[in-house]
Design a binder for this molecule. Sequence first.
Ligand code: SF4
Length: 386
Amino acid sequence: MSIVYFGSPRQARWEAKESLPAKLDLIIEKLAIRDRVKGETVAIKMHTGNNLSYSTVHPVFVRKVVQAVKDGGGKPFVTDVNWDARGAEERGYSSETIGCPVFPTAGPDEKYFYAHLRPYKNIQDWKVAGMIQDASFLINLAHAKGHPSCSFGAAFKNLALGCMVGETRGAMHDAMHFDKYWWAERCPDAAMRQRIVEVCPHDGIVIDRDKPEEMHLHFEQCNQCGRCLQVAPPGSLKIDPVNFHTFQEACAISTAVTLSTFEPGKATHMTIATHMTPLCDCFGFTSMPILPDAGVFGSDDIVAIDQAALDVIGRTRLIEENLPTSMEVHTREGHPFRWIHGPHKDPYLVCEYGEQLGLGSRQYELVDVLPVEQITRTSVTYISAK
Ligand code: SF4
């Protein structure tokens, strides 16, 4: 059983000490960050967003973490992949605001990495960014939000994609195509292939530009509605869970590779579940929040923290009116992130794969660092406005 520290977004009173940054401070205390980082070079891995996004982890939270590391005698730096780190100051992340520099994880051109051999489907080696592997302590400071490939991104996603160079990130997405889903010989009619494309309302399937008899699924767009299966000739196309699940298994393996470069006890995880959008922070914009803020979380167990964040988020409600009109809810089973990204994109899968790899436990105790005071009142006396 792992401990996950939690700060609720709800307040009883209008006091700063009950707000989320103050609760993150309490979590930092519980995780004993100051006691653990003396003399350590601390990589604070976060997603700094891209272009016009403004819903990633707010600099007020980042500064809390940076300050704690400095207080403890550690040497902090914030880091993210090159194309997000470049321009991070435009979204509020600069030395002046957060208290430490922002470095690209693998250098400006992603040429600085360490390769780790671990064959999985189309992937032979995993290229861990040099600034990550060179650090002696890792703080995984994640923002919870949706994700088109796996429906949800937080602690696992922040490391799985964000600590690898672009070549490996691309291969992880390509892994979804590893298991066969299209049998061209069963659909020789070009007009039928065009019909399959046209019946999809999400641009989820396309015809190969060079080999017109081949078709490709765009797994990010596909919400597994099944419309294409109703027109495709029998046996020509599969919308198969294995292709979708592969991405999450790859995320778990990628995370395992990165965490293996740190000594035991030298990595910890924090998740900020505020302004959760349907898609990842890398899309270059922020859309409306589709779930109420769910709080702040902290744990040394990456499996437990994602499991707990998902559980807490799942007990809120989907703000359906905030979804982009191009998205549709065609299932209401399981987690709300699954509702909007489709049944084969169950956000809990990465926790299952992570647990199988020995990265942590899905069993956790949620410790509320400042339980919300329940205010009792006497019954009201009616005062007429007249
Ligand atoms: S299952 Fe639905 S979303 Fe996916 S490719 Fe087919 S029609 Fe498009």
